[in-house]
Design a protein around this ligand. Structure first.
Ligand SMILES: [Zn+2]
Length: 254
C-alpha cells in the first residue's frame, strides 16, 4: 500500500492509466543498476530516483571532476574531488527518501559484472569503454535481464534495449557492435566534446526505457535502435537484427 505522502509524490504517475498505483508499487519494488555515473548516468539516476525506483545501484570508480559539471547534472561544485558514488548517494537521498542507493565503487569488467548484475532487475549502462560494455552484455545475457544501453558522440546519440532471451530475432549489444573500434572516440565525449543537454536527452530517454521495462509497457525498444542527431535535427528508429553468428548470444540459452 502507498502512504499518503507517496500518493502525493507520485500523483502524476498514478494518474496515468498505464502506471496507476499498481505500477508505482512495481517501481518502488524495482532494483535498477546504473553503470557509469557520467553524462548519461547522471540524468538517468535523477529521473529513476524521482520516479521512486526502490533500489538503485550505482557502479563507478571515478571521482567528480570540475569538467564533469558541464553535463553531469547530479554533481555539485563542492563535490569535486569526491567519489562519484558517494555524491550520487547524497543527491538521491535528498531527492527521494523512498530510494535506497547501493554504492559499487568499482570499474566493471569480466571479473565483477555477473556478481553486480545478480542483485538487480534491469541494468542501464552509459559507460565509455567497450571492455565494460562487453562484460555487461555477457552478464545480462546469462542472467536473462534487460540491458538499457546508451551512448553519446559529438553528433549522434544512440539508445537501445537488449534482451535476446525474450525473442528469437532479438539482438544483444554484441550483435550491434561485434568488435570494439580501434579508437573509442565515437563513444567518448572526453576527447571530442559534447553539448551537455545532448547527454541529458539520451540519459532521460534511457531512464524512461528502464521504467518502461519495469512496468512492462509495450512495445519494447528491444530490436530497435533509437538514433538522435541533435545537430542535424533528426531522430529515427532503425531495426536491429540479431546476428546468428554473434559470439555472445548465438549459443546462449534462450
Ligand atoms: Zn548477440
Amino acid at each position: 500500500m502507498l502512504t499518503d505522502d507517496q500518493r502525493e509524490r507520485y500523483l502524476r504517475h498514478i494518474l496515468l492509466k498505464e502506471v496507476g498505483a499498481q505500477g508505482q508499487q512495481k517501481l518502488l519494488a524495482a532494483r535498477i543498476l546504473v553503470v557509469g555515473a557520467g553524462g548519461i548516468g547522471a540524468p538517468a539516476l535523477l529521473y529513476l530516483a524521482a520516479a521512486g525506483v526502490g533500489i538503485i545501484g550505482v557502479a563507478d570508480d571515478d571521482l567528480v571532476s570540475l569538467s564533469n559539471l558541464q553535463r553531469q547534472i547530479i554533481f555539485l561544485t563542492d563535490e569535486v574531488g569526491g567519489a562519484k558514488t558517494a555524491a550520487v548517494n547524497g543527491a538521491l537521498a535528498r531527492l527521494n527518501p523512498d530510494v535506497k542507493v547501493v554504492e559499487h565503487r568499482e570499474k566493471i569488467d569480466e571479473g565483477n559484472a555477473r556478481r553486480l548484475v545478480a542483485g538487480y532487475d534491469v541494468v542501464l549502462e552509459g559507460v565509455d569503454n567497450f571492455e565494460a560494455r562487453y562484460a555487461l552484455n555477457r552478464a545480462v545475457i546469462a542472467a536473462r535481464k534487460p540491458l538499457i544501453s546508451a551512448a553519446v558522440g559529438r553528433f549522434e546519440a544512440q539508445l537501445s534495449v537488449f534482451k535476446p532471451y525474450a525473442g528469437a530475432n532479438l539482438p544483444c549489444y554484441r550483435c550491434l557492435v561485434p568488435t570494439a573500434p580501434l579508437r573509442e572516440t565515437t563513444l567518448n565525449c572526453a576527447e571530442e566534446g559534447i553539448l551537455g543537454p545532448v547527454a541529458g536527452v539520451i540519459g532521460a530517454a534511457a531512464a524512461l526505457e528502464a521504467i518502461r521495462e519495469i512496468l512492462g509497457l509495450q512495445p519494447s525498444l528491444a530490436g530497435r535502435l533509437f538514433i538522435y542527431s541533435p545537430l542535424a535535427l533528426d531522430a529515427r528508429y532503425a531495426r536491429l537484427p540479431r546476428d546468428p553468428a554473434c559470439p555472445d548470444c548465438a549459443t546462449a540459452d534462450r
